[in-house]
Design a protein around this ligand. Structure first.
Ligand SMILES: [Zn+2]
Length: 697
């Protein structure tokens, strides 16, 4: 029976995506986990501190799980169904249990430590040293090194944190749902675009106003982003904006959904956990798995803050002037609920770009050709269609082979371009199918080649009309392809650190954001932006507007991110959760330096700051800015070389490929960056790209 189950195939060149059905998931995963459990026991019994008796069998176990579970997860994201969802939900706890057991294995931990302390240590390659260190670090962070009572205490903290973060997000969700504003008078909702009115009417229908229409209402406004944002940006009714803004600001901060105490508990437990593990504060724990250090983060945030401040002040003045010139009575007294509204009006006046009107210039096949041509120019690789070579999950999915300059395959990838709302998750992403690996090599080959998949949600082609993209979607494809390139062009043979694996997560957005820069490079963009019917190139004045619009209110947006990042750092470093300064005091203190218009005294945004209290961003929110610094600075190497100088671009591109794209997690990200750039990263390029350098007097 097991022979019929494609999840249990002993071996394959490419995953049998076409054959996996929901009914295979329960028996397949259970059987697989039992087998892996057995292999893990074997490994623990016979473990020796050598590559052959520790790392290789461990890589085989984790790889099998990654590949098979990765298939199931992928199908859930692109070919979802009730049956599949139910099956995944049922086997997930067993999978998590197995991973915990693996991550907390004492014999494995001890063996890695023995390698670390052996006389052979110095003779190991950088990549192997990094693997050993990372394995030890992960084990330590999971509490393996603690004894008896301390271990018990640690596990108790982990469980409590789990519960508290869960409760935190439930409260945010419930508080968001709780607010709804019924509007029956059309005048009150003036200014909202048709899509927002449609959504508001649809919400009204779902709340029992069965005859609601976009045209005549009634309409229901909620605090969900797709409902909330259009009100802030477009509602002419100032009182409505104020009411909705105030409701948004105090979500989950009172009554039975109050997150204040939960935040305090979380901060206390995180600090306690850090101390058990031997660190001063939780930020230090977070930094053990990042490229940055606490000092470096603080230094960077202050540098960016100082550079952004005057620009943000000017943004505010511009807004006031514009509101005044538009004859608005609120111009002299702009409040928080006016900022989005007036900046949208200013944006419309200044740039006059209609995203929809640009679509005919960005036909998907032409965009992809341009992207592949760019990869060829920069990195010397060619991308060739290889449809039919690997089974796919949907007939729209394309398969490609990436070849190096000697025409040998180095990697493969799937591309699933179009939206299928009934079964496919929204958004765009890249993920690993196989990573490059010597241990997992088959058929007498020296390595297994890396395979990736790239998933987007573009409008499908209609009749003869190709899929037409917005400029934002073009940027997204470049971004995801950047991730894919790092995964595919790796030269690392150690599977644990090949491609994107083992790269510190504040460095992992470097290649992706780097690729986005090329969307603003004139030659690159104009070579792909051809009208799909007339072949006409995108007019230069529109290109100029796109470039100018990129930095609209850059100082303000920069400060906003810096406020979030700084408050996150303060709460996880200097703040004493049992001390007299409340979390809101900390936020207010940070806001004084980072917000031109002081927040309202009743601002409780921390109560819905899910990134750091329910997501993985605790003492990590700075990563957004950190990665932007790296990618902008990397792109500036091409600017320094001369963007019009093909020879220089080629040389710089090859250097990027041989460092950032080739080394994967096998070297520390700082060393990789220095190897490419010849020096440590600097924020100058980011500030310049964002138009945030000091204004010349
Ligand atoms: Zn990304």
């Amino acid at each position: 029976m097991a022979d019929d189950n494609p999840l249990l195939l002993a071996d394959f060149d490419f995953p049998p995506f076409d054959r996996v059905e929901p009914r295979h998931v329960r028996p397949g995963m259970r059987d697989l986990l039992t087998r892996l459990e057995g292999e893990l026991e074997e490994l623990e019994k016979g473990v020796e501190p050598t590559w052959g008796k520790l790392v290789e069998p461990l890589e085989r176990i984790t790889d099998r799980l990654d590949v098979i579970w990765g298939m199931v997860q992928h199908l859930k994201a692109v070919k979802d169904s009730d049956d599949l969802r139910a099956a995944v939900e049922e086997v997930q706890p067993d999978k998590v249990k197995f991973q915990l057991r693996l991550g907390q294995s004492k014999p494995i931990y001890e063996a890695f430590k023995a390698i670390r302390n052996s006389s052979d240590w110095e003779s190991l390659s950088d990549a192997r040293k990094r693997i050993v260190q990372e394995q030890i670090k992960e084990a330590v962070l999971s509490g393996v090194a603690l004894e008896n009572e301390q271990r018990e205490k640690f596990n108790q903290i982990e469980q409590e944190l789990e519960k508290l973060t869960q409760k935190f997000s439930e409260n945010v969700l419930d508080a968001t749902k709780k607010f709804e504003k019924l509007i029956t008078d059309k005048k009150e909702i003036e200014g909202l675009p048709a899509t927002a009115l449609g959504l508001a009417a649809q919400t009204a229908v779902s709340k029992g106003h069965e005859n609601a229409t976009a045209e005549n209402g009634p309409w229901v406004i909620t605090l969900d982003a797709p409902s909330f944002m259009p009100v802030m940006q477009h509602a002419r009714n100032r009182a409505l904006r104020e009411e909705v803004y105030r409701a948004y600001l105090v979500r989950a901060s009172s009554g039975e959904l109050d997150n204040t105490n939960i935040i305090n508990q979380i901060l206390k437990l995180r600090l306690e956990k850090a101390k058990l593990l031997g660190y001063k504060n939780y930020a230090e724990v977070s930094m053990t798995q990042k490229m940055a250090t606490v000092e470096r983060v603080e230094e960077l945030l202050e540098k960016l803050r100082a550079a952004s401040w005057d620009h943000a002040v000017k943004d505010m003045e511009d807004l006031k002037t514009f509101a005044k010139d538009s004859g608005s009575p609120e111009a002299n007294d702009l409040a928080h609920w006016d900022l989005n509204f007036w900046s949208e009006r200013l944006r419309e006046t200044k740039y006059d770009i209609n995203e929809e009107e640009l679509r005919p210039y960005f036909a998907l096949p032409k965009v992809m050709d341009g992207l592949f041509a760019l990869a060829n120019k920069l990195f010397g690789v060619s991308v060739e269609p290889a449809d039919g070579l690997a089974p796919v999950w949907h007939s729209d999915v394309k398969f490609y082979c990436v070849k190096d300059s000697s025409n040998s395959p180095v990697a493969y990838f799937y591309f699933d371009p179009y939206s299928r709302p009934s079964e496919k998750r929204g958004g765009a992403w890249m993920n690993v199918v196989f990573s490059r690996s010597r241990v997992l090599a088959r058929n007498g080959l020296p390595v297994r080649l890396p395979v990736a998949h790239m998933v987007c949600n573009q409008t499908p082609p209609v009749g003869d009309k190709p899929s037409l993209m917005t400029f934002r979607e073009v940027e997204t494809v470049f971004h995801e392809f950047g991730h894919a390139l790092q995964h595919m062009l790796t030269k690392q043979d150690e599977g644990f650190v090949a491609g994107i694996r083992g790269v510190e997560w504040d460095a992992v957005e470097l290649p992706s954001q780097f690729m986005e820069n090329w969307c603003y490079h004139k030659d690159t963009l104009l070579s792909i932006a051809k009208h799909y019917e007339t072949g006409e190139t995108l007019p230069e004045e529109i290109y100029n507007k796109l470039v100018a619009a990129k930095n609209f209110r850059a100082g303000t947006f920069s400060l906003r991110q810096i406020r979030f990042a700084s408050v996150d750092m303060e709460l996880h470093t200097t703040n004493d959760p049992s001390g007299s300064e409340s979390i809101y005091d900390v936020d207010r203190r940070v806001a004084e330096r980072t917000q031109v218009l002081a927040p309202l005294p009743e601002d409780r945004f921390l109560c819905s700051f899910s990134h750091i209290f329910a997501g993985g961003y605790a003492a990590g929110y700075y990563s957004y800015k950190w990665a932007e610094v790296l990618s902008a600075d990397a792109f500036s190497a091409f600017e320094d070389a001369g963007l019009d100088n093909d020879k220089a671009i080629e040389e710089t591109g090859r250097r990027f490929r041989d460092t950032v794209l080739a080394l994967g997690g096998g070297k520390s990200p700082l060393e990789v960056f220095v190897a490419f750039r010849g020096r440590e990263p600097s924020p100058e390029a980011l500030l310049r790209h964002n138009g945030l350098l000091p204004v010349a007097a």
